[in-house]
Ligand binder design. Sequence first.
Ligand code: TMP
Length: 212
Amino acid sequence: MNRGRFITLEGGEGAGKSTQLRRLAEALAERSLDLVVTREPGGAAGAEQIRRLLVEGEPGRWTPMTEALLHIAARRDHLERTIWPALEAGRWVLCDRFADSTMAYQGYGLGLGRDVVARLHQVAIGEFQPDLTVILDLPPDLGLARAEARRGTETRYERMEPAFHRRLRDGFLDIARRDPGRCAVVDATAPLDDVSAAVLACVVDRCGLAPP
Ligand code: TMP
């Protein structure tokens, strides 16, 4: 049976991932692809319970190591219950955040380091990787202002210091530089329709679809 594709969207706060993921799903559904749209942390019952422990409460609630382990525990549950079964059934999985978020937020942002996060992932998920990762890039002050305007309330990560948000933006760009075969960076300061077109173009190009 044909294995489906695994596509992830990444970026800092307020980059517009959820909107872009919805638009991408609509564009791919028009091509009659069988899709699963999901998110991290979350995407399975247990992982959604872990999500609440991660996004609520004070910024310093967890140490960086505990926080990374919680994200990775949620990820393993999500993979086992949702992502792997869907891919094996030939479905395409579109995911709002995945392992690069742990690398950027906990590895670069909270200072756990690349090596530690890579080793934890090696144990928990092995060599498994997205077929394509689109990173939506924008300056953190712009993203935080957008996120606050959208939600009205801040999540735990939005309350972290400005330097944290700068480190994680640099982290995402570094991840993309190190793995250009898998990652594509899209300028998320562009108008919404232009961002959507750029995201779709990446998918068409890298996943071997016919151009629109
Ligand atoms: P969301 O706001 O994109 O739904 O994600 C929830 C928060 O969790 C977001 O602020 C980023 C953070 N996060 C991490 O810190 N590490 C991770 O591995 C993941 C998946 C998310």
